[in-house]
Write a protein that binds this ligand. Structure first.
Ligand code: SF4
Ligand code: SF4
Ligand code: FES
Length: 757
């Protein structure tokens, strides 16, 4: 199909209604856009049409036989009928077949009250099961996060498509065999939490969350719309609440998705807190005398604004290391593009024909970005180039080229990449001169990225269009991060790449746009979810308790520069940051009163909390909060010379967090809890003389880590993976480059405490 046809207007008539649309859309899509109902059983908007149920049949004038509206693209002038006696009869027969041997156990089925089969059985007046087959023994399978009851499965394939096209775990498969057909999980040992997304789309009670099973009825739960705050994707979801507890999380699964952390990482409320007046008064005094406020980016935009106001009033330094690194990176970036925000978005990643990932372990750092890269791979057969010092077997199925570079050489690698990708593009003379001056041989030798690898990369993107570049925290924390940012920004400015700079976890993007952050801690310190002389903590381990984000109203800013609302799923009885601000003379009734005064110069709009929408419309358009304005900035096209790299010989550790873990908050959530091992290859074990199970102690940025070493035979090289999510209030104090040389003390036979605190 010629891509330009997409904008050609067409007019069709559905059930007598004239519907205007554009070429390329299916009849079902146009019907839905126009509020016309066509029943479906296997249709899921966010994947390609499955076309397995036939419920969506319609008659098209001049066409013999009913056609599948979910699959058939509408042609200009088509006249379509969606409801008549013969269509009804055929749909009714389909429902009868669906009900063959489907146990009539709605009373005890988890899906009851929200089951598509139940609803459509009633809608089509199927009151009996006229057909039967010999029933088969189909035991329920427990797959860990989800369980599967084959007896309830209607083989719609939605779960399989989600596992393949969206999350990319590729765990589920359809095993054909007539009435013995079943869904199989061929990666049971992995216990992928991403299968929660597959369960969420199951129209019946066949694939369900194991933790929710038999805990509550759907109609007893109140849905509270919110956004996930673990990583910067800010995915749309709802807490489903009974009493003062969250029973589960659901999402608008037709149009958007959640990763395992969003779906299962909700149980981190700071419960049972009451107002501790003494601690509150001490907190107020601590703020008045503090030289610095150190904070983790798991705060709302409004709280970030309160901290900024405290800074302005008391001349306090604001320290949030990861957000600061991101702020400096994006500011440098904007000096090349002339806009305050990188323009990247998730949909453009999914539509890309080529994606380059640089400086981020993306599957762990941001699952939603990885899902969209997976979509590009599955839908467009996109080339996916993964550039990193450590290979990641979890994304091997979508990566078409892995380019391994030396630790520390990110600036040189960036220069090589930019030079390669801009080779045949007309660019300003000064930029061309800078690139021509690069000592390619030397950069290639230092980074260990061969010129032929870059040629392969360029060749693989040749004759393609629609490219994305995804970059992350390895680059922000690099000593030359600003030069890296300026070079990469050329790919947006000169080669029109969709560039996504994955923000640090939590609300790192909002914080970086609202707060004037500082580099160095000065004087006595107050910490907000960070260890300091006086500590406010939603983890319940500080001097004054604070509400966690599951107990707050406010907004956060997503990596797509969208300001979205969060709501409280659990109540909170203690003091909040706004109470402290009031005592400091920064007066406001509620924290959310600050929503309409978020800084215009940061791109925020003067919109109040209660006016912000939170829904997807029938076309799948997102109406959540608002998109930030990208502000015009001055352009200085200048680059530093590429620095010599400091060789990272010997054993190195890489600070990261494994999938589903982001912070001390996800670490509190039992369904996704995991042991924080230091993971290294057999080669790492030889270099360090560490055996599997050895306990070692080492320091990074003055923070002491105690880790049990585990050999991961799927890994190669001499870099080990060091998680930080279990470090409690110390995690936000890690400020350096993500890689560090490992100097350790073996602790075997010594008593080992935990890292928290
Ligand atoms: S488990 Fe659910 S989603 Fe998967 S095929 Fe069966 S009915 Fe469809
Ligand atoms: S952790 Fe990130 S990707 Fe996962 S649901 Fe939450 S916001 Fe979305
Ligand atoms: S919705 Fe079209 S075949 Fe199922």
């Amino acid at each position: 199909m010629n891509i330009n046809n997409k904008n050609i207007p067409i007019t069709i008539t559905i059930d007598g209604k004239v519907c205007k649309s554009t070429f390329g859309k299916t009849i079902l899509t146009i019907a839905r856009e126009n509020g016309i109902y066509i029943p479906t059983m296997c249709y899921l908007t966010k994947v390609k049409p499955i076309a397995s149920c036939r419920m969506c049949i319609v008659d098209v004038e001049g066409v013999e036989g009913a056609i599948l509206s979910c699959q058939e693209r509408a042609t200009d002038g088509a006249v379509i009928t969606t409801q008549n006696a013969s269509l009804h009869k055929e749909r009714q027969n389909i429902m009868k077949l669906y009900n063959v041997n489907h146990p009539l156990e709605c009373g005890v089925c988890d899906q009851s009250g929200e089951c598509d089969l139940q609803n459509k059985t009633l809608e089509f007046g199927v009151s009996q099961q006229p057909f039967t087959t010999r029933d088969q023994h189909r035991p329920v399978e427990n797959w860990g996060h989800v369980s599967y009851d084959s007896a309830l499965c209607i083989m719609c394939e939605k779960c399989v498509r989600v596992s393949t096209e969206i999350t990319g775990d590729e765990a589920l498969e359809l095993k054909f065999g007539g009435y013995s057909s079943t869904i199989i999980n061929n990666k049971k040992e992995k216990n992928y939490a991403s299968l929660g997304e597959a369960a969420s789309v199951c129209p019946v009670g066949a694939l369900v969350d194991s933790s929710f099973k038999y805990s509550a009825n759907a109609w007893e739960l109140e849905k509270i719309p919110t956004a996930c705050t673990h990583c910067g994707a800010g995915c749309s979801m709802s807490y489903e609440v009974k009493g003062d507890s969250i029973y589960r999380v659901s999402n608008p699964y037709e149009f958007s998705s959640l990763c395992g952390a969003g779906r299962y990482g909700f149980d981190y409320a700071n419960n049972g807190v009451t107002k501790d007046k003494k601690a509150f008064d001490e907190a107020v005094e601590a703020f008045k005398s503090a030289g610095s406020i150190i904070f983790a980016p798991q705060i709302t935009n409004e709280e970030a604004l309160i901290l900024q106001k405290i800074k302005e009033k008391y001349n306090t330094k604001l320290i949030s290391h990861e957000a600061r690194a991101y702020q400096k990176f994006t500011q440098a970036y904007s000096h090349i593009t002339g806009k305050s925000l990188p323009k990247g978005d998730l949909k453009s990643i999914a539509n890309s024909k080529g994606v380059i990932i640089l400086g981020t372990r993306i599957n762990d750092d941001n699952p939603m970005v990885k899902y969209h890269i997976n979509m590009a791979s599955k839908w467009n057969r996109a080339r996916v180039v993964y550039m990193h010092p450590i290979e990641d077997i979890e994304i091997k199925n979508i990566v078409t080229q892995f380019i391994k570079y030396e630790v520390g050489s990110e600036e040189g690698v960036t220069a090589l990449l930019v030079d390669t990708l801009l080779k045949d593009i007309d660019i300003p003379v000064g930029v061309r001169a800078f690139l021509d001056d690069l000592d390619i041989g030397n950069l290639s030798a230092e980074s260990n990225v061969g010129e032929e690898e870059l040629e392969d990369l360029a060749h693989s993107l040749d004759k393609k269009s629609d490219f994305s570049l995804v970059v992350g925290s390895d680059l922000y924390s690099h000593p030359q991060s600003q030069n890296i940012a300026r070079l990469l920004a050329l790919l947006e400015r000169e080669a029109h790449f969709n560039v996504v700079c994955v923000p640090p976890l939590g609300n790192g993007m909002g914080v970086s746009l609202i707060c004037e952050l500082d580099d160095e801690i000065e004087g006595s310190s107050v910490g907000y979810n960070a260890k300091a002389d006086f500590t406010l903590s939603a983890l319940g381990e500080g001097d004054l308790d604070m509400p966690s984000l599951v107990q707050q109203e406010g907004t956060v800013t997503t990596l797509e520069a969208r300001v979205v609302t969060i709501n409280a799923g659990v109540s909170y009885g203690g003091y909040e940051l706004n109470d402290i601000a009031n005592a400091l003379g920064i007066v406001s009734d509620e924290t959310i009163d600050y929503t309409d005064s978020l800084p215009i110069e940061g791109g925020f709009k003067s919109e109040s909390f209660d006016d912000l929408p939170d829904y997807f419309d029938t076309k799948g358009e997102e109406h959540r909060g608002y998109l930030l304005n990208s502000i015009k900035t001055s352009v200085h096209t200048a680059f530093d010379e590429i620095s010599e790299i400091d060789a990272f010989d010997g054993a190195v550790v890489y600070n990261y967090n494994p999938k589903e873990q982001f912070s001390a908050f996800t670490n509190l959530c039992k369904p996704i809890s995991q042991e924080p091992f230091l993971l290294g290859s057999p080669q790492f074990s030889i270099v360090t003389k560490l055996s599997d199970g050895d306990t070692i102690r080492f320091e990074i940025d003055g923070i002491e880590f105690e880790r049990v070493f585990k050999i991961d035979s799927s890994m190669k090289g001499t870099i080990a993976l060091n998680p930080t999510y279990d470090m409690g209030l110390s995690t936000p104090l890690v400020s350096s480059y993500r890689f560090s040389r490992l100097k350790f003390e073996k602790m075997n036979n010594k008593k080992v405490g935990n890292n928290n605190g």
